[in-house]
Design a protein around this ligand. Structure first.
Ligand SMILES: *Cc1c(COP(=O)(O)O)cnc(C)c1O
Length: 418
């Protein structure tokens, strides 16, 4: 359940009318609900209350400092994929001992920064990376804690979903080779093997893939024990889906029910890395209708937000529900909702059955809290939009709208052109 609801035909975020914010900050903007973020975090946290666990928010989904702080205050950590994310997490006050570092391409510089910051562990994706971490840690006279990211190769035929855990993907170490890699890891002087990691995909709408993958992973944990390698952390990744349209993904509680029996006697700390499930439905993108246009074949609703603000529809063909901020009696239409960018791929909705809208009215693009602002760019020299956080009956600008000066920050015209 989220906190973007209508009261007498007017859309509210918690106790603040969306229209009030739109009038005051201008459009477009991202709008988040603190209460929804908290509810989502606590739903996860309490579902796993009986199992020792750490929730490391996959901050690539939304790395706003205020949101990171909100989860950190609840005891959450961060799953990072770059030095920049580490910097953000530390700035937000995330406990380094609750930070894990994922990704197939960590540079020596990033590894050094992470070791210096004393993060919880690296989730390692290849033997070359393992050796690199060993080398950097050696130079620093440190020991690096690592988990290996294992690719459980869960059969997508039984579970059709967006997947990262298959042999053909660039991620992780194949489960057949994992034992060898663990032996290598255990032999390296500046590596301490502490965990095992998997992340099988995103927007999962069933628990079965988690159960399948975890079974495979735990089989490996048993074999590792026989080799004298005792993992203390079992990381099941993120990927729990949310409702964009009519999906019915499992709740964290259902996930806990499904995997609880597998992990309850493990004596390990469970790590989870939800991204989308925490923030997706805690945010919307508010935009204004500029024009409507009747093409030869189609109707268009032209709005002031574009693919640079929210790229998911053009990038993944993703569906986002679009609702009017003020509801009234309207004629149904089928239209493309498009932005001002000079690309045919610049749309927020295609052939959408919606209600007729008029210039100047506000629309809410729902479920935009994950991979929304985080993937925004300055394409077409469009300043990135502000991010607003509502808490009860008040709202706070947690990121300013960029200015034209921001757009050219760091650029130089060389002398020979002066
Ligand atoms: C992207 C990612 C996540 C989060 O995925 P969601 O689908 O947003 O929950 C977690 N772990 C890793 C390693 C990832 O790459």
């Amino acid at each position: 359940m989220h906190e973007f609801q209508y009261r007498q035909n007017e859309l509210y975020c918690e106790d603040v009318p969306v229209k009030t914010i739109a009038k005051e900050v201008g459009t477009p903007f991202y709008l988040y609900s603190a209460k929804t973020l908290l509810n989502h975090y606590r739903a996860y946290d309490s579902a796993f209350a009986s199992i020792p666990h750490i929730i490391t928010f996959a901050m690539k989904a939304n790395s706003n400092l205020a949101i990171l702080r909100l989860f950190a205050r609840e005891g959450g950590g961060a799953d990072i994929v770059s030095a920049g994310e580490l910097y953000r997490a530390l700035q937000a006050g995330v406990d380094p001992q609750k930070i894990n570092f994922a990704g197939v391409g960590k540079t020596a510089e990033e590894i050094r920064y992470a070791l210096e910051s004393n993060i919880l562990m690296f989730n390692v994706e290849s033997s070359q990376e393992l050796r690199k971490i060993d080398e950097v840690a050696g130079r620093m006279k440190k020991k690096a804690r690592v988990a290996l990211r294992v690719n459980p190769n869960v059969d997508p035929k039984t579970h059709p979903y967006i997947s990262t855990g298959l042999k053909k993907h660039k991620f992780g170490i194949s489960i057949d080779k994992a034992l060898e890699e663990y032996k290598l890891a255990a032999s390296l002087k500046h590596i301490e093997v502490v965990g095992i990691h998997q992340h099988i995909g995103s927007q999962l709408t069933e628990t079965a893939p988690y159960v399948d993958a975890l079974r495979r992973l735990l089989g490996l944990v048993e074999e590792l024990k026989k080799l004298g390698i005792d993992v203390q952390y079992v990381n099941i990744g993120g990927g729990l889906g949310i409702t964009y349209d009519d999906e019915t993904p499992p709740l964290p509680k259902e996930l806990a029910t499904a995997i609880g029996p597998l992990v309850k006697d493990l004596k390990c700390i469970l790590i989870m890395e939800p991204g989308r499930a925490l923030v997706g439905n805690a945010g919307i993108l508010v935009t204004k209708v500029l024009y409507t246009k009747e093409g030869d074949a189609k109707k268009f609703v032209i709005v002031d937000a574009a693919m640079n603000d929210l790229i998911r529809p053009s990038f993944y063909g993703a569906f986002h529900l679009i609702q009017p901020v003020i509801r009234r009696e309207r004629k149904p239409i089928t239209a493309d909702v498009v932005g001002p960018i000079c690309e045919s791929a610049d749309f927020l909705a295609k052939d959408r059955e919606m209600e007729e809208c008029l210039p100047e009215e506000y629309l809410a693009v729902m479920s935009a809290g994950a991979y929304g602002f985080a993937m925004a760019s300055n394409y077409n020299a469009r300043p990135r939009v502000p991010e607003i956080l509502v808490n009860g009956d008040r709202y706070f600008t947690v990121r300013d709208r960029e200015t034209h000066a921001d757009l050219i920050k760091g650029e130089h015209i060389p002398d020979f052109l002066k």
